[in-house]
Design a protein around this ligand. Structure first.
Ligand code: NAD
Length: 361
């Protein structure tokens, strides 16, 4: 049966990296029997330029009708002065909430070939394989009330609200425990229960859900300690589960353990395994349009899409093997380049992955 993929390149390097991921999907269609139809839509700043909204109805309809969504990245200097309600990032948050993508899976895997590209010592990071499960449609990024108000004394006050219902915590906890069951059966729940009542409830609910998973060893950690432990001894973690904002920050921190933010894919899932797949990085306006961006995070996002939404595990593994092969060939984009390797641009890296895939027919 034909699968439909909505391709939303977005802005900045989103356009360049998505083009390389599309090449990979085309190769899977042509040579590996994947039957996927791709249709492109606008989101973010490019959508705002075309229709004064970062999330046009047509894009939302396309994403809703698709089996999976592949997204590049949104944002850029050009749109920073727009009202917050129409900024590019609103397009992304809108997609996540409209598609009810509440579970964000962010693997942080260190490819052994990149141990020396990490800013941490190779012995601290080699063999690293962490899965961060981040709640994606609740918490302080969505909580009401929010805004900036003027106080009686004339001073301005900014405010946001951290809210989680029990059911929101329960469903993300189940995803995290299920994920841990497929891995090393260790789950660390990250909160700030000593200060924030909302995350005190988080801890209580996660502990309650743990009763259904007696094989999983559950631990709890405050977020400040978790940030420190991630750089001190990252291999102590197997699966981490946390709130929207803490997950946003910790997963960027985990990204650097792996050498570059340009290597990390992500999956955002709804309750039926429909997903939106995207690299965890942004639109990198500092290098956009220069053929410098690393497309591997986006290509690895295609691998996650094949695994989680298109039920094509075998092809997912082939894409991962192809990425491994180009790293073995010592090809490196600027962000992961170290002496003794060959520096390549975004398009050459994408072409090399396609060639490596074809050689594994
Ligand atoms: P960023 O992730 O875009 O860039 C951070 C740094 O990492 C930059 O130096 C950039 O050059 C580098 N980098 C990122 N991806 C790379 C890649 N694939 N290859 C090589 N280097 C890469 O974060 P930022 O600079 O804080 O944000 C830039 C814009 O992106 C902002 O408008 C922000 O709101 C947006 N943003 C979007 C998303 C998203 O679409 N999911 C996520 C984060 C930030």
């Amino acid at each position: 049966m034909t699968k439909k993929i909505a391709v939303l390149p977005g802005d900045g390097i989103g356009i360049e990296i998505t083009a390389e991921a599309v090449k990979v999907i085309e190769c899977l269609n042509n040579d590996f029997g994947l039957n996927a139809e791709m249709e492109q839509g606008l989101v973010g700043g490019s959508a705002y330029d075309a229709s004064q909204t970062p999330l046009p109805e047509a894009t939302l309809d396309l994403a809703k009708a698709a089996d999976a969504v592949l997204l590049g990245a949104v944002g850029g200097y050009k749109w920073e002065s727009l009202d917050i309600s129409v900024r590019p990032e609103k397009g992304l948050l809108g997609l996540r909430s409209e598609l009810e993508l509440f579970a964000n899976l962010r693997p942080a895997i260190l490819y052994p070939q990149l141990a020396h590209a990490s800013t941490l010592k190779a012995e601290i990071v080699s063999g690293l394989d962490i899965m961060i499960v981040r709640e994606l449609t609740g918490g302080i990024y969505f909580g009401q009330p929010r805004g900036v108000r003027t106080l009686e004394n004339g001073e301005q006050q900014g405010f946001n609200t951290l809210v989680y219902t029990e059911s929101e915590i329960e469903r993300i906890a189940h995803v995290a425990f299920d994920t841990a069951m497929k891995r090393n059966k260790r789950l660390c729940s990250v909160d700030k229960a000593n200060v924030l009542e909302c995350t005190e409830l988080w801890r209580e609910v996660v502990t309650r859900v743990s009763q259904a998973y007696p094989e999983v060893e559950l631990s709890h950690m405050y977020v400040d300690n978790a940030a420190m432990q991630l750089v001190r001894e990252p291999k102590q973690f197997d699966v981490m589960v946390t709130t929207n904002m803490f997950g946003d920050i910790l997963s960027d921190c985990a990204a650097m353990l792996t050498g570059s933010i340009g290597m990390l894919p992500s999956a955002s899932m709804d309750k039926n395994n429909k997903g939106m797949y995207e690299p965890i990085h942004g639109s990198a306006p500092d290098i956009a349009g220069q053929n410098m961006a690393n497309p591997l995070a986006t290509i690895l996002s295609v691998s996650m899409m094949l695994r989680y939404s298109l039920q094509a595990e075998e092809l997912a593994v082939k894409v991962e093997q192809a990425v491994n092969r180009v790293l073995d060939q010592k090809l490196r984009t600027a962000d992961i380049f170290t002496d003794g390797h060959t520096r390549v641009g975004t398009d050459a890296m994408g072409d090399a992955v396609v060639a490596a895939l074809r050689s594994n027919l």
